[in-house]
Design a protein around this ligand. Sequence first.
Ligand code: IDP
Ligand code: MG
Length: 162
Amino acid sequence: MLQEKEAHAAEMERSFIAIKPDGVQRGLIAEIISRFERKGFKLVAIKIVIPSKDFAQKHYHDLKERPFFNGLCDFLSSGPVVAMVWEGEGVIKYGRKLIGATDPQKSEPGTIRGDLAVVVGRNIIHGSDGPETAKDEINLWFKPEELTSYSSNTEKWIYGVN
Ligand code: IDP
Ligand code: MG
């Protein structure tokens, strides 16, 4: 049993997920949170912020050579963003599946972008694309003391580990 518990703990990861200004303005906060929550992932940090343009440029630094970079950073800093950290086994990769492809025209129905967005420039949600970016993005958006750590009674039903 202890081994199972240790294996479960080792698999735990965290992803940075953000509802962009379009998702907030369109009233999709609860809908988006609900999809992650119902899946069985655990919300360990959340806040609402209006990022500065400089901060948006830091968040999207990997894309600074792309033609849409400036417009993207203007957009991210144009209004409130819901910044979150979700925890769970496989949350980084599976979170991206819940979100769907970058271009909502290519996102499958059933995904957040597939169901709720139409164009790539207004695709309502961000999710970390790998373990390294997840770490960097969590550190960029949150102070260590803003991250909680707790166990939930549902975990034994979600993971089958007591
Ligand atoms: P991701 O959000 O699915 O990880 P990235 O390639 O990291 O996609 O791009 C970051 C964001 O930049 C996208 O979510 C989208 O809002 C925007 N973006 C990506 N490609 C384009 C494009 O071709 N035109 C306009 N905006 C784009
Ligand atoms: Mg990305």
